[in-house]
Design a protein around this ligand. Structure first.
Ligand SMILES: C[S@@+](CC[C@H](N)C(=O)[O-])C[C@H]1O[C@@H](n2cnc3c(N)ncnc32)[C@H](O)[C@@H]1O
Length: 330
């Protein structure tokens, strides 16, 4: 909660810090510095940018606590080097994606006036633009590669032989499922063709592609593969409007074996729809990125699952920001 006018100023100025960081990441500045230390001159030459402008950016990055400056040479802080300065470990795709989303956020005022989103930026990230799609799908792996191994062991998949990972994107959850639940025979990774190719490449690189069936297609058009003991629907419903959510839940019901479970993983809002903060802000993110998406509450999702015929519905918080709504097909 803001307490002083200064707090409001700080909140309003937040975009400047974000822009400085996102621009540096797009430039490849942190990768260029790596584990070394560089002068402005060296960096300007290597990155082919204006020296005066770069010096101001570098000094601001030091002020923001991302770089260290010593005797006019700049180096990455250890955490910045680990996540953004090392090619092998690089986790900056998600920030490329966030920077792409910036253009959609510029339309927030217009969307508020008209109630319509004339630029559905999500389409660019779902195959219309290669760079956007690459940043989005690899970005999902950046954020879930630590989260998935925490979440998946909590899912009680002991009796599951066949699992459908609907909108499974980069394959991060498909990998975590195999590691946590080695008795699962087959994971069907279902996604749009471009995203699926990234998922396939990841799973092959991790040596975890053998038990995965790759299913290209749109869940709006293609009948879902049948005969599943579980369906993992992670971070999908928020991009749909209510009718789209209901349709996906009904189609999942049809694609499950009797006794099978649908597990919906989301940033869930509480009953007030104002908390947690991540979910409330994410709802606006979906307003600007999609045609009809937003964040939902556990009561809304549980209600649609009940309407579709699911029973024994439970909700469990599986991480600080996310929860799973779990229901069984009788
Ligand atoms: C926010 S990501 C979630 C990825 C993953 N499930 C996770 O939790 O990290 C949304 C995923 O849904 C996929 N997707 C979006 N629309 C789709 C559609 N119509 N058919 C199939 N997949 C779709 C995207 O390609 C992307 O992989």
């Amino acid at each position: 909660m803001v307490e002083t006018y200064r707090d409001i100023q700080r909140l309003a100025g937040g975009f400047q810090a974000a822009k400085i960081f996102l621009t540096a990441n797009d430039l490849g500045l942190f990768l260029q510095i790596g584990d070394g230390s560089n002068s402005v001159d060296e960096l300007a030459t290597a990155l082919d940018v204006d020296q005066r402008a770069l010096e101001l950016l570098l000094n601001a990055l030091v002020a923001l606590g991302l770089l260290v400056k010593k005797e006019d040479r700049f180096s990455n802080l250890p955490v910045v080097h680990q996540s953004l300065g090392d090619e092998e470990q690089y986790r900056g795709h998600i920030f490329r994606h966030i920077h792409h989303c910036w253009s959609a956020w510029n339309n927030l005022g217009d969307i508020l006036k008209s109630g319509k989103n004339s630029f559905v930026a999500e389409d660019k990230a779902l195959g219309d633009d290669d760079d956007w799609t690459d940043a989005f799908i690899r970005g999902m792996n950046d954020v879930t590669r630590e989260l998935a191994p925490q979440v998946v062991p909590q899912l009680e998949l002991g009796n599951v032989e066949t699992l459908l990972d609907l909108g499974g994107g980069p394959g991060t959850y498909a990998a975590a499922v195999q590691r946590a639940w080695p008795d699962i025979n087959e994971i069907r990774l279902f996604d749009l063709p471009d995203a699926l190719e990234i998922g396939r490449a990841n799973l092959e690189a991790w040596g975890l592609a053998d038990r995965v069936a790759f299913c290209p297609g749109s869940f709006h058009d293609r009948v879902l593969p049948a005969g599943n003991d579980a369906i993992w629907l992670s971070q999908i419903l928020h991009s749909q409007d209510e009718a789209g959510c209901r349709q996906l839940i009904e189609n999942s019901f049809t694609a499950l074996n009797p006794g099978g479970r649908l597990l919906v993983h989301e940033f869930l809002l509480d009953g007030t729809k104002t908390a947690p903060t991540t979910a409330a802000i994410f709802a606006v993110h979906m307003l600007v990125m999609t045609e009809g998406g937003r964040a939902y509450s556990e009561d809304e999702i549980a209600g649609w699952m009940t309407d579709a015929g699911f029973t024994d519905i439970t909700v469990r918080r599986v991480s600080p920001d996310t929860a799973v709504v779990d229901g069984r097909k009788p």
